[in-house]
Design a protein around this ligand. Sequence first.
Ligand SMILES: [Zn+2]
Ligand SMILES: [Zn+2]
Length: 303
Amino acid sequence: MDSEETMMMKPKQEKEKPSAGDELGLRENPSHTSDWAFRPEAVVWVHGEPVRANLHPVASQLYSWLRRKGDVTYFTEKMKSDPGMYTNPYAFDASTLARVFLDVVNETHAAGESHEDIEPHDMEVVRIRLTGELTLLSARLLEAVLRQMLFCTAFPKKSYENASLGQLMSTECRACKGGDGPAHHISLVASLGCRYGMCRQIDACVVSFLKLLNKQRAQAGAHASTPSIVDRPVAESRKMLAEDCFSLGEGLCHALQHVSEVEEAMILEIERHAADSQRRSLVILPSKSSPASTEMPDPPATS
Ligand SMILES: [Zn+2]
Ligand SMILES: [Zn+2]
């Protein structure tokens, strides 16, 4: 059953409900949210002083880059031990994936626009490879961005560290799992947004992006997960590549818009908390201090 069609047939009043795809194993309304708190690891501490939020604005930077408005910063392996550097492992994962992602976007754009002579089958291979890379990277990127945010919260690490995107959107409640009745479902992602009044936007729009990712995978081949090389003119392969990647980029951009709003709100709240805790010496305490100066290293910007 085509989920888009069923969505269109729904009566109007149901349209606003975040609707999740069955194919993702998500419930129709996965927006059960759970209250959460920040943990001390939400802050980077140096000598017991709060230095910055332990959250790199990857979603915000990539969202700006996709709209040609800014750069994406990333970190080398060596920079990880710099004084005052993030201790959130997902900050590095997410920023590296973002850097790789924009490389593939640029390559895709060049391949789609190129007028170079190429064998039709070779162009099909380029199309399949780049579409696959972008689809996979989009999912991994979003996972890392969301995990980076969850790392700052008191949600148990087990609930997100190996979770797929679908599971981050809807997972069985740990508290009532193993009880008599069926466990209810919680969306970790919606829970992040809920604190800032953005649970519906983030839930519904990230879910619709997931649907697009799934559709892209489904389009690749009727049954197989590997797409086929089709006899078609080079120009047609190029057009398909450009169109598929455009709709993917559009979907990712929309999902990132909401995620970046939550990311920004979290960073602001962490910074406010950290400043307060310094003044009052409570609320958020450092778990450990690292031997370092308070000097902030600047990550390199892409040119
Ligand atoms: Zn429960
Ligand atoms: Zn939206």
